[in-house]
Design a protein around this ligand. Structure first.
Ligand SMILES: [Zn+2]
Length: 229
């Protein structure tokens, strides 16, 4: 991930939010300036800077849109914000009305590693305390701890990290895309498994795939014996 200033991150986040609320393809500088409560000339200056870093596409009179890498940065900041809000409520006992301003500061101070550790520690929450969806993609993956799905425990949430080609074609037939968050619902007598996808879909995993699917555990619950050196 690029190292960006707080200001740059706020711009990317705002553009992302506007893009996702409006049907227009490009966002006007005027709208960005209004959202961030700054003047249009200073917004223009910043947009040019972000364009130089290839985080936005900008054509005068056409407006601004995020590039692929601008969008990744924006989604990371949004995840950081929402994960912190969840942490403050769930772990520190804040009320949900109190967390927004704290998260506005914390979101910029957090590395991808910290955000992903927090996210895992919280058990891969789907939404923040206000009900907004937390982006489930991982922005930091090094040193992940994987186990086979067979070793996964019932009623816990896992992140699917690796699939064999056999497993891939099985999921393709079911029209399921990966990676996804899943929860193990049931281990059946014939040693097949029922898992529930993030979107609520329940999938049967036959026994012949038990060594073909790797999942990542919640960080706080890693068995040291399973750690890959
Ligand atoms: Zn907030």
């Amino acid at each position: 991930m690029l190292k960006l200033s707080k200001n740059e991150q706020d711009y990317l986040k705002s553009i992302y939010m506007i893009e996702n609320n409006e049907t227009k393809t490009a966002v006007s500088i005027h709208l960005i300036a209004k959202k961030l409560a700054v003047s249009s000339p200073s917004a223009t200056e910043m947009i040019k800077r972000l364009a130089k870093k290839e985080l936005v596409d900008y054509a005068p009179y056409h407006g601004v849109s995020l590039t692929n890498s601008g969008e990744i940065q924006a989604r990371f900041i949004i995840k950081s914000h929402r994960v912190w809000e969840t942490f403050l409520v769930d772990e520190l006992g804040y009320s949900s009305e109190e967390v927004h301003d704290e998260a506005e500061n914390l979101e910029h101070a957090s590395s991808p590693k910290m955000v992903e550790y927090l996210y895992a520690h919280l058990g891969y929450p789907e939404t923040d305390p206000h009900g907004s969806k937390i982006p489930s993609e991982l922005f930091w993956k090094k040193n992940r701890v994987e186990i086979t799905l067979k070793q996964a425990q019932k009623e816990k949430r896992y992140y699917i990290t690796t699939l064999s080609s056999k497993a891939k074609s099985y999921f393709q037939k079911l029209q399921v895309e990966f990676p996804h968050l899943i929860k193990v619902i049931e281990c059946l007598e014939d040693q097949s498994m029922l898992i529930k996808e993030d979107n609520g879909k329940i999938i049967l995993i036959p026994k012949f795939l038990e060594e073909d699917i790797y999942v990542m555990q919640r960080v706080g619950e890693v068995d040291p014996a399973l750690k890959r050196m």
